[in-house]
Write a protein that binds this ligand. Structure first.
Ligand SMILES: Cc1ncc(COP(=O)(O)O)c(C=O)c1O
Length: 388
């Protein structure tokens, strides 16, 4: 019997990198400090958990709206208008199982066999496997190192555009490099999208996790861009709701109606009482988000400082996200080998930069959002000792 279908053999991605290796070590009783997986260290704020519990107790347990809970879509549309200057209607929002399903639905809806999709390297690999599953071809365009940060090089982007390019994937703030793109960079992408008639998938899952004086700009808010943008987002990071699996896509109605056919035929709609919790996340107090970001900022500083104190490593200061992306090339050892060495000798799990593209080689990705401060500090000390 033939199993599985051929497109699954090579296109569906390699799994979750270091996470599985670290989990194996942990199941053997070893105390592993997890700085590889992008999972918030906090639990979901109490008022959000309460809302989901109340919904469950009130019998919100049956099938719901296929596009997602209407008040949740309305609340998200209002938020986009007020905070991001994008006039989405509730009918232009599709509630999904995280960004994962939103982006999958977008690629499945937008791509025909052989369409090229540009991703900026270093990239988030899970987008690439979905692009391939949808029949698309991934084209990697390197970001450029400018003043210590990976930034957009519009010339490189333009050079990569061909007659078969269909879409550009933008992650802003960017995992794994921690860049928050400026208005000027976004305008350069917008000009190219307009000129070459391209779609843009704008992954904004880290929109609230920004530091210092950075500002996050939603790509769809740029003049003329709402019509060609699919914004994907989720409650995953900012509200520590990764296990709830609630996200959304926002796009013009004609795009959403096609994407809804993908979600309808896979999972129908996400869990109804989890959506009730998400509604309260949007409409309730936001000080929980500010408090978690302040903690992230302290942990960022600890990680960057410790990494920079190790001979052979240099680490820039991420502007957003929960990741540091240190350059380890001065150690004279490859990224995969180093990540494994750190896991085996320090029992600290970090990702190899090579997992994130050609430009990622010579780097590690260290998540500073996944462990509380004390444990993170312990992890960084172990890591430093293992390299000293
Ligand atoms: C850039 C980016 N997009 C999407 C996701 C997945 O989001 P979700 O868990 O909401 O599906 C992640 C998770 O780390 C991410 O870093």
């Amino acid at each position: 019997m033939k199993w599985p279908a051929s497109r699954m053999k090579s296109q569906a991605g390699k799994g979750y990198g270091m996470y599985e290796t670290a989990a194996t070590l942990q199941s053997a009783g070893i105390d592993v400090i997890h700085l590889e997986v992008g999972r918030p260290s906090s639990v979901t704020p109490a008022h959000i958990r309460e809302a989901a519990k109340t919904a469950l107790d009130n019998g919100i347990v049956h099938y719901g709206d296929l596009q997602g809970l209407a008040p949740l879509r309305e609340a998200l549309a209002t938020r986009y208008c007020e905070e991001r200057n994008v006039n989405y209607e509730a009918s232009e929002i599709l509630i999904t199982n995280g960004v994962t399903q939103a982006s999958y639905a977008a690629f499945m809806s937008a791509l025909d066999e052989g369409d090229e999709v540009i991703v900026l390297d270093p990239f988030y690999p899970q987008h690439n496997s979905k692009i391939r599953l949808a029949g698309g071809t991934v084209v990697q365009v390197p970001l450029s190192m400018i003043k210590g940060m990976y930034r957009l090089d519009a010339n490189r982007l333009e050079d990569a555009i061909t007659a078969t390019t269909r879409m550009i994937v933008l992650i802003n703030p960017a995992n794994p490099v921690g860049t928050v793109y400026t208005r000027e960079e976004l305008e350069q992408i917008a000009q190219l999208a307009e000129h070459h008639d391209l779609l843009v998938l704008s992954d904004e899952v880290y929109e609230y996790i920004i530091f210092d004086d950075c500002t996050h700009i939603s790509f769809a808010s740029l003049p003329g861009m709402k019509e060609r943008t699919i914004t994907v987002n989720a409650f995953t990071k900012a509200y520590a709701m990764d296990g709830w699996r609630i996200g959304y896509a926002a796009a013009p109605e004609h795009m959403i109606s096609v994407m809804r056919q993908v979600t309808m035929n896979t999972t129908t709609h996400p869990c109804v009482f989890a959506q009730e919790g998400a509604l309260v996340a949007v409409t309730g107090p936001q000080d929980c988000v500010r408090a978690m970001v302040a903690e992230d900022c302290e942990r960022r500083d600890l990680v960057v400082e410790t990494l920079n104190s190790i001979k052979g490593i240099t680490c820039n200061v991420p502007q957003g996200t929960i990741y540091a992306f240190p350059d380890i090339s001065g150690l004279g050892i490859g990224s995969d080998e180093l990540a494994l060495k750190i896991l085996q000798s320090a029992h600290v799990a970090v990702e190899s930069g090579a997992f994130y593209g050609r430009q990622g080689e010579g780097h590690l990705r260290v998540c500073f959002g996944s462990e509380k401060y004390e444990r993170l500090a312990q992890g960084m000390q172990r890591l430093k000792a293992s390299l000293g």
